[in-house]
Ligand binder design. Structure first.
Ligand SMILES: [Zn+2]
Length: 157
């Protein structure tokens, strides 16, 4: 690893947001309702989307707005920040398998909020030495068959 290898920053807020800063690009993810209340951990939210197809309603008293998993990315040499919503998640492993392996690969379908275009993003969480899940810094390395399984499932309605 070079001195400029990416570092994972601490959670941005108590909502469980994670920010990963690369030399040239930044990204952050958060779970928020349409009225802006932060809620819960990103991995838990991704697992819920994989199982139920979407997140629930904001539990803040008097709110009840839709919760969303939002991803913001800033690319090298591009002024504009790109904001996406995570709308579908295919998960390769069960809860138990992921715990046993310490590796939880997923395929994300992101919709860019401004344009409505959709994108696929291979993603994973890993268990660190303190047995806490953290965001993988690079795309997961998977077998062809594993990628194919996730893409096939992603294409199911
Ligand atoms: Zn709310």
């Amino acid at each position: 690893m070079s001195a400029s290898a990416p570092t994972v920053k601490k959670a941005l807020r108590d909502s469980g947001s994670k920010s990963v800063k690369f030399e040239e690009a930044t990204m952050s993810s958060s779970v928020v309702c349409d009225k802006g209340h932060g809620r819960g951990l990103c991995r838990d939210a991704a697992i819920q989307i994989s199982k139920k197809g979407k997140l629930g309603r904001c539990p803040q008293p008097g709110c009840g707005a839709q919760l969303r998993y939002l991803v913001k990315q800033q690319y090298p040499n591009v002024e504009e920040e790109y904001e996406y919503e995570l709308v579908k998640v295919v998960r390769l492993k069960s809860d138990d398998q992921a715990e046993d392996d310490g590796f939880d690969p997923m395929l994300f379908k992101l919709v860019r909020r401004k344009s409505g275009e959709s994108w696929l993003w291979p993603f994973y969480w890993g268990l660190n030495k303190n047995e806490k899940w953290h965001v993988g810094q690079f795309p997961p390395i998977l077998r062809h068959t594993e990628f194919r399984k996730m893409i096939d499932e992603m294409e199911q309605p």
